[in-house]
Ligand binder design. Structure first.
Ligand SMILES: [Zn+2]
Length: 571
């Protein structure tokens, strides 16, 4: 949840950057100048403001994540204490009381232990981290406010985040002597031992007892002095330090090392954040796969009952063995799109249907009319028998359940109720899922997929995905010429955009107003949709995309049942 404003800030930043660049280009055109002659000062100022706003949001996001971690720890403890204090009234038998007394004693002993454990293990680290983040947040916030108050004529002295890069022949660490101009009225040069290391500049004090000043270079700016080439300034959020080096060359070395060290620290910070996100996504994908493997019927191949099937049909949501997967591939991806659970690096978007259909649910419909179990191939049957069965089952849909004719209205009901098996039933009976529905929600000519997009949320992406992959209606237009992709963009459904782009929806189609989906996203101001379409336009869209979806993994169920248990104990 906390991520949303952060992601928005990311997108805003990217968007504004592009906008500023465009504005600048316009300006250049108007004045008939050559691009290279333009002064970069103004451009940088705009960019750096946006960049700082972006950093601020990142900071806020990390603080919130940190807070939620700490909260979890205390919540657990409080729940435990509450649980224990609730025990007494619930137990009216003497025996219960005795047990409770014992439990209470034990708990009393446990509480300080738990508390100290809590404090020592996680909270210290998190508090420390939070303090650091808060101070960085304050610094950034102040820098932003400072700039707002700043006299426009005095911009040169300002704090500047984007700066010239340091000369790479120098490293990121340096130690030596510099002269620092004193703060007081006398303004004398004081000799100081200085060290640059790990993104910090340490300035030792003349008194050996005083602790040195430590400046975080992430929030500082190095500026050369135009009057004296042996001098440079280090601008922090609240003061400017002026340094004097031994000679010009030494001055260049100090400035370059400061810039390099700052850049390295920035990279480390960003890589760490990215790595964390990557790892948590991989962990989520693994957890979903485990959940899928535990679903009814998924311990055996959906077609031949071979144990431990490790191949998934992305569009049908079933697990099959390696032998059967070969035949599925032969049928083509329009029938069954196969990936390995262990060999392919799956993304969460590829597991939406597997998490919601599963072998048992699938065969309840697709093998309902199987007259004899002996028609099903077993591990020992030859390849021809296996192939014959699979083609009958998937291409001819020979064994599928026949229900009273599926009505269009019932399809709308299925979408509304997020009923994946009604959609599968319609698919099994070869109902034309790309026909316009009789009761459109907004425009005539809407297909079931248009409706699914309109009604989609975090809990219904699998419905959208089933229709995206199996209805053949990606290019279907309403009376106004809007494709499902247009609908995503006019109603701000970026998660649906991902599923449509993944299925290679045509992004160049226009509606009656002549707009592509990208045009619609821009007009409506939906930056997430716009960003995804821009990626697709430049062939940068990664089809192994992750989606925001309510996965209801085992852990979630457990939490719920714990609460139920608590209620029962209390009542
Ligand atoms: Zn099999």
């Amino acid at each position: 949840e906390f991520k949303k404003p952060f992601e928005k800030a990311c997108n805003d930043y990217e968007g504004k950057l592009t906008k500023i660049k465009k504005e600048k280009h316009e300006l250049v055109k108007q004045h008939g100048m050559v691009w290279g002659q333009v002064s970069w000062g103004e451009l940088f100022e705009k960019i750096e403001r946006e960049y700082r706003t972006f950093q601020l949001s990142m900071c806020e996001y990390q603080i919130k994540v940190n807070e939620s971690k700490t909260k979890k720890g205390t919540d657990l403890l409080q729940n435990h204490i509450k649980h224990c204090s609730d025990q007494e009234p619930a137990c009216f038998l003497q025996e219960c009381l005795n047990t409770t007394a014992k439990l209470k004693k034990f708990t009393e002993k446990l509480i300080p232990e738990l508390q100290s454990m809590n404090i020592h293990s996680s909270e210290v680290g998190q508090d420390e981290e939070k303090k650091l983040l808060c101070s960085l947040w304050n610094q950034l916030k102040m820098a932003l406010q400072l700039e707002q108050k700043e006299d426009p004529g005095n911009k040169q002295a300002g704090y500047n985040m984007h700066q010239l890069q340091g000369n790479k022949q120098y490293s990121t660490e340096k130690a030596g002597t510099l002269f620092k101009k004193s703060d007081g009225l006398r303004k004398v040069w004081q000799k100081r031992k200085c060290t640059i290391s790990n993104g910090y500049l340490t300035i030792s004090h003349s008194m050996p007892n005083c602790s040195p000043a430590k400046l975080n270079l992430l929030t500082c700016q190095v500026k050369p002095n135009t009057d004296d080439k042996k001098c440079f300034d280090l601008v922090s959020h609240n003061r400017t330090y002026r340094f004097l080096a031994e000679d010009e060359q030494d001055c260049v070395a100090w400035m370059s090392t400061l810039s390099n060290s700052k850049e390295a620290a920035l990279n480390v910070a960003f890589n760490r954040a990215q790595g964390r996100e990557e790892r948590s996504r991989e962990a989520l994908t693994r957890a979903i796969i485990e959940e899928v493997r535990g679903m009814p019927g998924n311990r055996e191949c959906c077609d031949c009952l071979a144990p431990d099937p490790m191949w998934v049909s992305i569009n049908l949501g079933i697990l099959i063995c390696i032998e059967c997967s070969g035949i599925h591939r032969e049928m083509g991806v329009h029938i069954s799109c196969i990936q390995s659970l262990s060999l392919d690096k799956l993304a969460t978007s590829e597991l939406l249907l597997a998490r919601n259909i599963g072998n048992s649910g699938f065969n309840d419909i697709m093998e309902a009319n199987l007259s004899s179990f002996s028609l099903k191939p077993t591990v020992h049957k030859d390849m021809a028998f296996r192939k014959n069965f699979i083609i009958s089952k998937y291409v001819e849909k020979k064994y599928a359940k026949r229900s009273p004719a599926v009505q269009c209205s019932s399809l709308l009901e299925a979408v509304k109720k997020k009923d994946i098996f009604s959609l599968l039933q319609a698919y099994a009976e070869n109902v034309d899922l790309n026909e316009p529905v009789l009761t459109p929600l907004q425009e005539r000519g809407e297909t079931v997929l248009h409706l699914a997009v309109l009604l989609s949320d975090r809990t219904s992406l699998h419905i959208v995905d089933f229709l995206v992959q199996n209805s053949g209606s990606l290019a279907k237009k309403t009376a106004e010429g809007n494709t499902p992709l247009h609908y995503c963009c006019s109603h701000n459904k970026p998660e649906c955009v991902k599923l449509l782009l993944k299925a290679k929806a045509n992004i160049t189609l226009t509606n009656k107003a002549g707009e592509t989906a990208l045009d619609v996203a821009r007009r409506m101001g939906h930056p997430l949709c716009e960003e995804l379409l821009l990626q697709a336009q430049s062939n940068q869209f990664n089809p192994h995309v992750h989606v925001q979806y309510e996965w209801w993994l085992g852990r979630d169920d457990m939490c719920e049942s714990d609460e139920d248990l608590d209620k029962k104990v209390r009542s």
